[in-house]
Design a protein around this ligand. Sequence first.
Ligand SMILES: [Fe+2]
Length: 456
Amino acid sequence: MNRLKQHGTQKPRILVVDDSSMIRNALKRELVALGFEVIATDDGYQALSVATQQHFDLVITDIEMPRMDGFELCGQLKHNTATQAIPVVMLSSHDSDEAIERGFKAGAAAFITKTNARQELRARIEDVLNKALFLRERLVLVVDDSKLVLSIARKGLAQAGFKVATAENGARAIEFLKKSRPDLILCDLHMPEMDGAQLCSVLRASSEWSAIPFVLMSTAGERGVIRRMLERGACGYIEKPFNVEQLVIMAEKLLSDHFQLLLKEKERLDTERTLMIASITSLVQALEARDVYTRGHSEMVADLSVAMATEMGFSDEELQTMRMAARLHDLGKIGVRDDVLLKPGRLTDAEFSLIQRHPVIGAEILGPIPSLASIIPGVLYHHERMGGQGYPEGLKGGRIPLSARIIAVADTYDSITSERPYQAKTGKEKALQIIEDVSGDQLCPDCVAAFMRCIT
Ligand SMILES: [Fe+2]
């Protein structure tokens, strides 16, 4: 589920509804293997009851079922405020246009045919869940002096999964904007106090609000005004009287275009990040090639750190950051002269100070790359100690970032169990004893405990 936005460490919950026990069980097995938590029922009535009592992120329902079919179940879920925001995916044995249209009319988010389910299931579910999560976080502000329009728009948009706020004229809308930032504004043209054209001008002239998409709601006779407003920055209009479906489609489309842009931007950043990591990894390899003793150290520290972080319940994204930070923790040694870094004997105070600069040098190398900002704390603070005697800042206890405390344990273990110019290699038992001994004063006790669970 790499493409799925993280819901903390919780697995997304899916309610499966199918009267065939064979399909129900096969689907459940498949979804559990994909990492979802699944509850299965064999009947629409039972599904409605479970869906109102428990939290679900998605419902997947068969269409042809006795007593209540999938269309009716979907319609009922969409009519209940407790369940209306849960996206519904319909699973059908045939994909006639009529069935698909009925499904979407009932409020389904996607349609999968049983023959394609195996290949399509994962991708479609990820898309639907990501979109639902995205929409659930979107706030639409509806501005209209008609209570009826406000009530219809509020109900329809909320049913589609949006958060909705309302204001009865432009002036109230401005008051609202000072406190919250909507993702979309739907605005009537004629209103007392401040009309739609005035509100649109105020928003476009403001550096803070000009990027919020603004959609005008107006009657057909006002084409001239609509054209002028589109020229002045409104991004669309919807003709009154409209039905709720048109409104929802318009809102989803505008926000989904925005969603696609965000996704593209994320992909671009991911690619940039991957390329960047590849170049920096080459740097680390070059660094380790200077010193036969530390060859492979970064990889070993990365493996140990990730094992500990997994033990401590990190999410997939946090684990990725952990691995990168651990691989690059000694990057700054690139800025330490050979005669100091590779000196076999005891270091003088001045030489030791030079070595002690490596966390700061590492953070300075990574600093200009925005996509690597999250790994800097692990690099910069991996030589801090719980009691405050570490460097570069002498941070104490919980003030040391967790990633740095984890790297410190892995780094200590790998350093003492490897052969170095200044020390002979220590055996595993002895090394574990040393780690226990310095737990609390030097190393984080929680991290040491996680380490012991991984290593023994
Ligand atoms: Fe280091």
